[in-house]
Design a protein around this ligand. Structure first.
Ligand code: OKP
Ligand code: ZN
Length: 327
């Protein structure tokens, strides 16, 4: 399995986020990727590769050109160690800009596109270790630690070759990805996430949101109770996968957030480290070429173990041939 990453994730280092006006430590910190990389390497999982540089035209299919220019221009004008909450294109207080934000976000898109290209070359599963994450980024808006929508750009790129399903298993609803494809019937968006009545992004991710026009029926939301058990989660995941199977996609893009982990400082269902291996085995059981896009996950202490567990599942034999050794 190829694992794609760029060193440029380190350039994005906001000093804090604002929660109700109070400065809190930035949960989406660079150490997240540091620990995932070192754990995967230590466990000899994956073939590591740097991203290629893709034309901005792919990014501009998902994001307004003026927004992309704005980000580039603003970041270039921020002094080292300074930060900016811009007055435009910002939908909440969880996406400050620093000098390196544009470069890091642009290269996260390259990481996603390089993974997509690997699928086109015949790989069956590729892990794009994107940072910053992307699923909250909309056509002309950043928010929730996201600037460019890595998964959406990759899905749109792959959609030239056939139908695409996106499965979003981050703890939070991917409002950006949903809105990118809300009017399309060639890209199915399916998301399992914490009930937005109680958790970020609060205003989207409800069952009633099903798509619009020809896109109606091609957005499927599963808002979940915060107390959901792992077995209940699996039952819903199986439903989601059967919808995807019925859609018969050529490629699957997974927005993989590890903030569903039980002790995640921001999210947290009841998931344990071995449970991620089970989730991954279910994904692979679809037998559709799959691009994993890293989204959230904030337990720096456990992220390495989670990524290893998940990757082991991706590399494993199909579900129906395994015993119940991991529960
Ligand atoms: C991004 B992704 C913490 C509040 C955090 C923002 C959550 C963004 C999640 N003080 N609210 O989906 O993992
Ligand atoms: Zn999340």
């Amino acid at each position: 399995m190829y694992i794609i990453y760029s060193q440029k994730y380190k350039l994005h280092n906001p000093p804090f986020e604002l929660y109700d006006g109070v400065r809190e430590s930035y949960a989406e910190k660079k150490e997240r990727i540091d620990v995932i990389l070192s754990a995967l390497k230590k466990n000899r999982i994956g073939i590591f590769e740097k991203p290629s540089n893709f034309s901005l035209k792919y990014l501009n299919r998902i994001h307004k050109q003026e927004y992309v220019h704005f980000l580039k221009d603003r970041c270039e004008n921020i002094l080292p160690n300074d930060f900016l909450f811009p007055s435009y294109f910002l939908r909440d207080t969880y996406a400050p800009l620093v000098r390196g934000t544009y470069k890091a976000a642009k290269d996260a898109v390259n990481v996603a596109l390089t993974g997509a290209q690997k699928l086109l070359e015949g790989e069956s599963v590729v892990y794009s270790l994107c940072r910053p994450p992307g699923h909250h980024a909309e056509y002309n808006a950043m928010g929730g630690y996201c600037y460019f929508n890595n998964a959406a750009v990759a899905a749109d790129y792959l959609a030239h070759y056939g139908k695409i399903a996106i499965l979003d298993i981050d703890f939070h609803h991917g409002n950006g990805t949903q809105s990118s494809f809300y009017d399309r019937d060639d890209i199915l968006y399916v998301s399992l996430h914490a009930d937005p009545r109680f958790k970020y992004p609060y205003i989207s991710g409800f069952i009633e949101e099903k798509g619009r026009g020809i896109g109606f029926g091609y957005t499927i939301n599963y808002p979940l109770q915060l107390t959901i058990t792992n077995q209940q989660y699996l039952d819903i995941l199986k439903k989601a996968l059967s919808k995807i199977k019925a859609f018969n996609p050529k490629f699957l893009v997974v927005s993989a957030g590890f903030d569903t982990y039980k002790d995640d400082p921001i999210g947290g269902f009841q998931m344990t480290v071995p449970f991620y291996e089970i989730i991954a085995r279910h994904l692979i059981s679809l037998s559709v070429p799959t691009l994993i896009i890293q989204e959230g996950g904030y337990s720096v202490e456990k992220l390495g173990d989670i990524a290893v567990s998940f990757s082991k599942g991706l590399l494993n034999r199909p579900l129906n041939t395994i015993s119940k050794e991991v529960k």
